[in-house]
Design a protein around this ligand. Structure first.
Ligand SMILES: Cc1cc2nc3c(=O)[nH]c(=O)nc-3n(C[C@H](O)[C@H](O)[C@H](O)COP(=O)(O)OP(=O)(O)OC[C@H]3O[C@@H](n4cnc5c(N)ncnc54)[C@H](O)[C@@H]3O)c2cc1C
Length: 424
């Protein structure tokens, strides 16, 4: 067997059998194969960066990340539900940086030239051999009348973990007894399909025990609960019948900050605490770079390796990618983490001229339905050669039977394991 064939087979089995950390291509090659710049030190970006360094420490990897610390969206609903703190979901990048010799630039990537292969931040200009973009989502308030950015304290989204997460948690905690919370959900696709419904459950669980007489009004732009519908509905009927009022087909189109009102085409909802989760799209950096097709709002990629379908040597992973090109995978941290691994492996394969192999991915989304119990949905995905997309492996997916405390423990264990996977 020649060296290249050996290497490609080894890589394949390593990547999909858990041997990935043991693989070290650099030992087989004396020359540094190039520089990879990663924009976004979140779920997709960290996973791509670490995969590349595990496979080939000789590759120079630079992450451009505007935040100084990593804050996890998964488990951030638990902060809003008063069962975890911001401290529990905030982590340093230091271990990853030191252990794998990954360079970090904490700055905003403001410009990418895909012809000259350079990235600009306020303080630096970097050239790249390969570029990975995993910048997440941009909140899009353009369809909401009266919106102004300084209203985000009155109507926090808390859809990127950080200041607004704490702000919303505080508002819930300090609300009067007999108060009204309103949560608005945008039309799918948005980041984390079950996320809003978990949040609603946890707020309801908190006010049931701590804020007598309070109510929670859900304004869902979708026709029905987008994910784990039957399980959420059952839990809400059992536990929060007098608390949650669910209104489907109720898109928020207008706000009144002085009166604290969210309006749909049919109704005005006056509330004490408003959580306005707006529609979402890929961040403007991707649009300005020309990486999004006309009339689309998410970035189109080749589902085989997450390379951009527009520019060479550019890879896009995570929530920014379009389901039209990838297939029907959810915009989740677990999927972004898997995409990062597939893309990292593909980049190393390209740098060394090794054959690429088809992706295989899994996703489990855990959601708490109360401070004590959770539910989950899982799926296994493969690359469908005919469709040229990621598709569900039939019969290998499903939802958990009922809410249980075991799923709550599973959720916390999953979070700890995947944080470790990305950050240590
Ligand atoms: C409330 C909530 C609960 C969730 N729960 C779960 C869950 O239980 N399980 C699950 O799998 N998923 C969950 N998710 C979804 C998950 O958080 C996302 O799918 C995941 O974060 C996507 O990863 P990403 O890399 O695309 O984006 P992100 O993780 O958001 O990373 C993007 C990074 O890029 C940085 N960035 C952006 N633009 C620039 C720029 N121009 N220059 C420099 N840096 C930049 C940002 O600061 C950020 O750190 C949840 C989401 C929410 C909101």
């Amino acid at each position: 067997m020649n060296r290249r064939l050996f290497l490609s087979r080894f890589l394949y089995s390593a990547a999909f059998s858990g041997l990935l950390p043991l693989t070290n291509i650099a030992n087989l090659s004396a020359k540094s194969p190039g520089r990879v710049v990663v924009i976004g030190g979140g779920w997709g970006g960290l996973s791509a960066a670490k995969t590349i360094k595990l496979l080939s420490p000789e590759v120079e990897v630079v992450i451009i990340e505007k935040e100084k610390v990593f804050r996890s969206c998964p488990i951030s609903n638990w902060v809003i539900g008063q069962i975890k703190t911001m401290e529990d979901i905030t982590f340093s990048y230091e271990t990853l940086q030191k252990r794998y010799d990954i360079k970090f630039i904490h700055d905003i990537a403001s410009y990418v030239d895909i012809e000259k292969k350079i990235v600009k931040t306020e303080g630096t200009i970097l050239n790249y051999d390969k570029l990975v973009l995993s910048p997440g989502i941009e909140l899009d308030y353009s369809s909401i009348e009266n919106w102004r950015p300084d209203y985000s304290d009155i109507f926090p989204a808390a859809w990127k973990a950080g200041r607004e997460t704490q702000l919303l948690a505080n508002k819930i905690k300090n609300m009067r007894n007999g108060g009204v919370v309103a949560v608005s959900i945008p039309l799918s696709p948005y980041r984390c399909p079950p996320g809003p419904y978990e949040r609603i459950s946890l707020i309801a669980s908190y006010i049931k025990n701590n804020k007598p007489g309070s109510k929670l009004i859900v304004l869902d732009a979708n026709q029905k609960i987008v994910s784990k519908g039957k399980l959420f509905k059952k839990a809400w009927d059992n536990m929060y019948k007098d608390i949650i009022e669910y209104r489907p087909d109720s898109k928020v189109v207008k706000i009144n900050p002085n009166e604290h009102i969210l309006s749909t085409d049919f109704d005005d909802v006056k509330c004490d605490v408003a959580n306005l989760i707006p529609p979402q799209k890929a961040p403007k950096l991707l649009r300005e770079t020309g990486l999004i097709k006309e009339k689309e709002i998410w970035a189109s990629v080749n589902a085989y390796d997450f390379s951009s379908s527009i520019a060479e040597d550019v890879f896009i992973v995570g929530d920014s990618t379009s389901q039209i090109s990838v297939g029907r995978v959810p915009k989740s941290g677990y999927v972004a983490n898997s995409m990062g691994k597939v893309c990292g492996l593909a980049i190393v394969a390209e740098l060394y001229g090794i054959k690429k192999f088809p992706p295989s991915m899994i996703n489990t989304c855990f959601s708490l339905v109360s401070s004590e119990e959770g539910i989950s949905v899982s799926a296994v995905y493969h690359y469908d050669e005919k469709l040229k997309k990621i598709a569900v492996v039939e019969g290998a997916s499903g939802v958990s039977p009922e809410s249980s405390d075991i799923v709550k423990d599973n959720a916390w264990d999953w979070a700890k394991a995947i944080w470790d996977d990305m950050l240590t």
